[in-house]
Write a protein that binds this ligand. Structure first.
Ligand SMILES: Cc1ncc(COP(=O)(O)O)c(C=O)c1O
Length: 402
């Protein structure tokens, strides 16, 4: 049919297709408003200190970059197996042996397109329409959305500073109902940087196993802990799925690479889903990641971890001096979750005014849920210490006027 006639038909009848309810229901990221305003200010010549960004300011370690370039030059860019390069799955298994003295069968490891690909496929694997999955509030917003994407119902656990913003057994037990399929949590947590207590997590895992549920542990910030050794939920009893990523500790956000450790008899189903959803994770990134676990690269990454710790140790007291309360000291990730109740309390307005007046961008707590989030903000220390010092001085000046 000629295009002109098609245009007339379209104009007369209008568009008829409706999008799915989930598209209308999904909440936007509040921080995007902050980000677009920050960009507008920068375009107008203002200097902005970015403390809203949840990704390392470091790029991938040099050996990883070189391996990536080599892979591109050698044309290693074809699809890989859906579960990933066997050599990378072995390297990841070896990482558990070296770092945690734990033996994992590489056959249980699926390489994914970031933790996001892992979480999405894990949600597809376990969630049927109407199933409930418990998620922490505040927590990473993706948890809710991945469950909802498969017509599941995220049921929030209102976590507070008193429990280091991590679910407790009592909370899980109280929230568990006939349609509950499992629990999805992150440790260290985004946005609070708090770490789950291993003993409490073990009790929760026992309970979930007893109820025949699944525990999905998002360990994306695993290497980034301060003053303690990194932990893994690998040994917990029952149906446990570990989600991890090269994005944060390995500083490879845009390479889109992560992994999942599955119960042995779930690997095939996960593989089928991954084949159709993604075909495979990016192949050049997989070849590059083979260089991520060498002692030399890990030394680079440990140096960066120490730098993050230095930044945290600067930022927490600096915010406190400005009268932003830090209800739970972050022991991991690269975030400080701070409470502005003493300074007006509306964190959304606080973030926009802080940006407008002082050129400091932070993430309003509402992005992370509904429980006590309206008066909280997340500050990321993913910027050089000198930038953070400048940001902290501006924050102090701003808070002094409130
Ligand atoms: C807690 C948490 N989980 C998962 C993700 C997704 O990470 P990626 O897909 O880059 O691995 C993020 C990203 O910020 C996160 O903070």
């Amino acid at each position: 049919m000629p295009k002109a006639i098609l245009r007339i038909i379209r104009r007369t009848i209008g568009t008829t297709a409706k999008t799915a309810r989930r598209a209308a229901e999904i909440e936007p990221f509040e921080v995007m408003d902050v980000l677009s305003r920050a960009h507008a200010l920068e375009a107008a010549g203002r200097h902005v200190v970015h403390m809203e960004i949840g990704e390392p300011d470091f790029t991938a370690p040099p050996a990883v970059v070189e391996a990536g370039i080599r892979a591109l030059r050698e044309g290693l860019t074809a699809y890989t197996a859906a579960l990933g390069l066997p050599r990378l799955r072995e390297a990841i298994a070896q990482h558990y042996a070296t770092r945690f003295s734990r033996s994992v069968d590489p056959g249980r490891i699926a390489v994914t397109a970031g933790a996001s690909g892992g979480l999405l496929t894990a949600a597809a694997l376990y969630v049927d329409a109407g199933d409930e999955v418990l998620v922490p509030d505040p927590g990473y917003p993706g948890y809710r959305h991945f469950v909802r994407a498969f017509e599941g119902r995220p049921r929030t656990l209102a976590v507070s500073a008193a429990q280091s913003f991590q679910p407790t057994l009592d909370m899980v037990r109280a929230a568990w109902g006939p349609r509950t399929k499992g629990l999805l949590l992150g440790s260290p947590s985004n946005p609070t940087g708090t770490v789950a207590d291993p003993a409490e997590l073990a009790r929760i895992a026992q309970f979930v196993a007893h109820r025949g549920g699944v525990l999905i542990a998002d360990e994306i910030y695993q290497g980034l802990v301060y003053g303690r050794t990194p932990a893994t939920a690998l040994d917990l009893p029952g149906e446990v799925v570990l989600v991890n990523s090269f994005s944060k500790y390995f500083c490879m956000t845009g390479w889109r690479l992560g992994w999942v450790v599955l119960p042995p008899d779930r690997v095939r189903d996960f593989e089928k889903l991954a084949q159709h959803f993604f075909i495979c994770a990016p192949s050049a990134a997989q070849h590059a990641a083979l260089a991520a676990f060498t002692p030399a690269t890990l030394e680079v990454l440990e140096g960066r971890r120490t730098e993050f710790e230095r930044r945290r140790d600067f930022l927490v007291p600096a915010l406190q001096r400005a009268r932003l309360a830090v209800p739970a000291l972050p022991a991991g990730a690269f975030y400080v979750y701070a409470d502005c109740s003493a300074l007006g309390g509306d964190a959304g307005a606080f973030a926009l005014e802080l940006l407008e007046q002082e050129g400091v961008a932070a993430t309003p707590g509402l992005d992370f849920g509904a429980h006590g989030t309206a008066h909280c903000l997340r500050f990321a220390y993913t910027r050089h210490l000198a930038d953070l010092e400048e940001g902290a001085a501006r924050i102090a000046r701003f808070c002094a006027t409130r």
